[in-house]
Design a protein around this ligand. Structure first.
Ligand code: ATP
Length: 204
């Protein structure tokens, strides 16, 4: 099966694009959803995080206090690396198992931090959702009601637009209206089905 990795910066439109592929019958796996599932109460990954960072990262209900964890690792690269060493291998294992269980011409794996987390080897092709930075800022501030500066600081911590585009096999320009986006996705879906049929997929 051909495995297409979908990535892009904050607010570029990854969910919007993935939803449209899903509507065409393409199975979707989402690394963010998996990462959330991994830290549910009772999961070994949550236990490993608590062992490394302390039980005060849990809310009184025993759930991961995400804002607190974010605050702890955001300004401290060493702690961030420590957290990633726990979470990234677990996400990788779940993605590998999820991909292996699928039967389809091709699937889409949404991995916002595809390059940053070193997960490129899981996918056969990289599809980047691209928008100009000003559009990212406008869409995220409108969607989440957050300050422009907080979007900018997340963008600064992510790969640059140029680096991401340099590593793409395919690009969706999402600085367009939704009807134009839909026709681009239709063309990509046709391309991936043909590509998968031609036997170019790397995972059997
Ligand atoms: P995040 O990185 O925060 O998870 P994302 O990359 O999944 O975000 P979306 O949530 O899909 O991005 O899109 C960001 C916002 O922009 C949403 O409110 C979405 O409805 C809107 N949006 C996406 N694409 C378009 C478009 N082509 N035209 C207008 N609005 C759009």
């Amino acid at each position: 099966m051909l495995v297409v990795g979908l990535t892009g910066g904050i607010g570029s439109g990854k969910t919007t694009v993935a939803d449209r592929f899903a509507a065409r019958g393409v199975p979707i796996l989402d690394a963010d959803v998996i990462a959330h599932e991994l830290v549910e109460p009772g999961q070994p990954t949550l236990a490993a995080i608590v062992a490394a960072f302390g039980a005060d990262l849990l809310t009184p209900e025993g759930r991961l206090d995400r804002p607190r964890l974010r605050g702890l690792v955001f300004a401290d690269p060493a702690r961030r690396t420590q957290l990633e060493a726990i979470v990234h291998p677990a996400v990788r294992r779940r993605l590998e198992a999820g991909i292996a269980a699928l039967r389809a011409p091709y699937c889409l794996v949404v991995i916002p931090l595809l390059f940053e987390a070193g997960l490129e080897d899981l996918v056969d092709r990289v599809l980047v959702v691209d928008v100009p930075p000003a559009v990212q800022i406008t869409r995220v501030t409108q969607r989440d009601g957050v300050a422009r500066s907080s979007v900018e600081s997340i963008m600064a911590a992510q790969l640059s637009r140029a680096e991401r585009l340099a590593r793409a096999d395919d690009v969706v320009n999402n600085g367009v209206d939704l009807a134009t986006l839909e026709s681009r996705i239709e063309a990509l879906d046709r391309f991936y089905r043909r590509f998968a049929e031609s036997g170019s997929g790397g995972n059997g």
